[in-house]
Design a protein around this ligand. Structure first.
Ligand SMILES: NC(=O)c1ccc[n+]([C@@H]2O[C@H](COP(=O)([O-])OP(=O)(O)OC[C@H]3O[C@@H](n4cnc5c(N)ncnc54)[C@H](OP(=O)(O)O)[C@@H]3O)[C@@H](O)[C@H]2O)c1
Length: 270
């Protein structure tokens, strides 16, 4: 990873759990030298200790970036350890769900460049998607934040922070909806007489393969669906249920996304 600001001034990672570790692994894989990274983490994993990064040591005076990856509930305890780095050129990037740009501005001052990011769990295998937005002082830092987050997958820029709750409802929480799709697809196979293990193998590979095809094909998902739906065939028999306007996906998934979006709004209000 060629980032001269980070090479010169270092990067601080606050919290190295699932998301922090996924990002750190991506940066190190892309060539960020371990001695340019300072991690604050109460219980460092064996993997973290073997990376060669600085762990729970004195921080550089003005690092290029501080990436905040602690749970929102511990934010109040964790932020004082980095508060002294605010009000300068250090860019703060937060992946914490439901913690607004305004609450970081309250902690660090509104002249501090702050970027808010919403990644998702496929980041752990480099196939996440992260949405980004920034405060007024952080607009110039968006590109650098996008480069950092691209170590764990795709990156999209939002027009405004108000879109973040809906992003949380679609891609932030979305992997869990797909995992549940796999569970229930497999259960459907078991109900039709397949052994559990075989049904799960079929369901998992089907969702993974269809997802990869949707990403790689020139056709959009609607066309891909039409391509595999012969009139009066097996797929049509299933889709008549799944596409039912009242009881099927067209009603169910938007309601699920709305519930997650609303919960994200509630959490942001604190
Ligand atoms: N996982 C996701 O899919 C996902 C998606 C989008 C956003 N996020 C956001 O990413 C953030 C981290 O989530 P996660 O799933 O990675 O959680 P996690 O695995 O629990 O990681 C958080 C880490 O921060 C550490 N920590 C706790 N207090 C600290 C302190 N005072 N100073 C420094 N580190 C401290 C925790 O240590 P202990 O375990 O010892 O407490 C833990 O290792 C959350 O804000 C979440 O909203 C996660």
């Amino acid at each position: 990873m060629k980032n001269t600001r980070i090479a010169a001034r270092g990067l601080v990672l606050l919290g190295c759990g699932k998301m922090g570790s996924a990002m750190l692994a991506g940066w190190l894989d892309r060539g960020l030298p371990a001695d340019r990274v300072w991690v604050l983490e109460p219980v460092p994993s064996l993997w973290l200790r073997e990376t060669g990064v600085h762990i729970n040591q004195d921080l550089p005076d003005a690092p290029a970036v501080v990436l905040v990856a602690v749970k929102p509930q511990v934010m109040g305890d964790a932020l004082p350890s980095i508060a002294a780095l605010g009000r300068g050129e250090t860019v703060f990037v937060s992946v914490a769900a439901g913690t607004s740009l305004a609450s970081y501005e309250a902690a660090f001052g509104d002249t501090t460049p702050i970027v808010r990011a919403m990644p998702n769990t496929p980041a752990a295998i480099g196939q996440g998607i992260t949405a980004l937005c920034a405060n007024a002082a952080g607009q110039d830092a968006l590109e650098e934040a996008a480069a950092l987050l691209s170590a764990v997958g795709d990156v999209v820029l939002l027009e405004s922070e108000s879109q973040m709750d809906a992003v949380t409802g679609v891609s932030g929480s979305g992997p869990a909806y797909v995992f549940h799709l796999i569970e229930t697809l497999a259960a459907g196979g078991v109900a039709q007489g397949l052994p559990e293990e075989l049904a799960m193998q079929l369901a998992r590979a089907t969702v993974a393969g269809a997802g990869a095809l949707a990403m790689q094909s020139d056709d959009d998902p609607t066309q891909l669906r039409i391509n595999v739906t012969s009139p009066n065939g097996t797929t049509q028999a299933a889709l008549e249920l799944l596409m039912d306007e009242k009881a099927g996906f067209p009603s169910l998934l938007p309601r699920a996304v709305a519930a997650a979006t609303e919960r994200s709004r509630e959490l942001s209000r604190g």
